[in-house]
Design a protein around this ligand. Sequence first.
Ligand code: HEM
Length: 132
Amino acid sequence: MTVTEETAPTSHYERIGGASSVKAAVDVFYDKVLADPELAGYFTDVDMPAQRRHMVLMLTVVLGGPNEYAGRGLAEAHQPLNIPPAHYALVGGHLTDTLTELGVPGDVIADVQAVLAQVQDQVVAGGTRAGV
Ligand code: HEM
């Protein structure tokens, strides 16, 4: 172990229980997304096991865990999908609901929400914040 690892503050990722907790959260999250009639259509032709893996790696980075994400950038993956702000808000709501249900501390959820706000322009069509 390096000095940095010994002295660094505990990350959100560690606090919520590491890889197995993030994986459990992503499973619950995509179950909610796929059960939402407004959103399910986006994922009809998507390889969901791969999608869940990518989201686990990305959420790990957001929570301050190890960065092993090697997928496409958010804009590259989402701009072709023409996602309106309302659908972005629905997805964000499902993620927040998931973390709340799993007992994730409020300050961690607040930081995740801050990241959601920061990356919205990359995901939503045309990068507009209109309607939010
Ligand atoms: C902050 C919010 C979001 C994050 C962090 C996120 C994350 C990701 C990641 C990591 C991928 C995989 C990229 C790859 O395969 O290289 C992906 C793909 C995808 N996302 Fe999102 N996403 C978000 C919001 C949304 C929203 C709002 C929708 C739809 C309403 C959506 C629909 C999709 C779809 C359909 C794919 C698969 C695209 C394809 O395979 O061509 N995502 N997302």
